[in-house]
Design a protein around this ligand. Sequence first.
Ligand SMILES: *Cc1c(COP(=O)(O)O)cnc(C)c1O
Length: 296
Amino acid sequence: MDIIPNQLPQIQPLTSAWAAPIAIDMLRLDEVHPVVSGNKWYKLKENIKATLAEGKEGLLTFGGAYSNHLVATAAAAHSFGMQSVGLVRGLYAAENPTKTLVDCVAYGMKLIFVSKEEYSKKEEKEYLNSWQEQFPNYYIVPEGGANQYGRQGVAQLAELISKEYTHICVSVGTGTTMAGVIDGVGAATQVLGYAPMKGGAYLKEVIGNWVNTNNWQLFDDWHFGGFGKHSQELVDFMNTFYTSNKVPLDMVYTGKMMYGVKKQLELGYFPTSAKVLAIHTGGLQGNSTIATRLVY
Ligand SMILES: *Cc1c(COP(=O)(O)O)cnc(C)c1O
């Protein structure tokens, strides 16, 4: 089962001018699908399989007004002929819907707006039970696809990843993708995670609870002031990266990750024998607000 027909993601070497003194390749998950882009399909695929296997009619999930996960769920459900319901964080989002939410509706997702206080209960059993009662025939997927099936789907990416890589770099939101990669690649490879939000250190505990090995590290230094926040320096960096490598980065996740990798290169973090694979998790639609400042 795949939403990405006959297309394996490409692995593209970054130029030696950019990656010196080591070799870095990029796994271009951003190219796999125009909407269910990047890591989102991998987190959804086993959830969708389970929904179909249990004979349920749709998926119910959670997200903010800019959530890539929400629109990916809407598009994926639509392409498998399933229903979808999105619980959206914040009542204000209903009055002035973002492009993400408009796209969700176009894929047939029923949006239900809840207050931020209510949304914060999204992992509580009782709260989830109340939604399950209202939508008995729906499979509930947590925010960001952060469940066992999400990690299992991501772990399958390891089939694309050669054993010669010493380090895998990935950006982190819920940590589901990073945990899946850690499970998938085996303990001989270091997995490095880059948190794009302020106070991202809490994710160490979250990820630690999901994985059984300690071949990983989480960095939270390169958040540029918080989730979704950016400076001219970051935008300039993304433009330079594109000019060197012809790879577009997004400002929320992968731009900050590659900025961190560049800093680590400058600091001599990687041994010269390192062979690094950076995972491009997509998210390019998130660049719409800075589109006029980008060279791509
Ligand atoms: C959603 C997203 C992430 C975060 O993935 P998690 O599995 O929640 O950690 C990273 N990068 C991009 C581009 C995303 O859209």
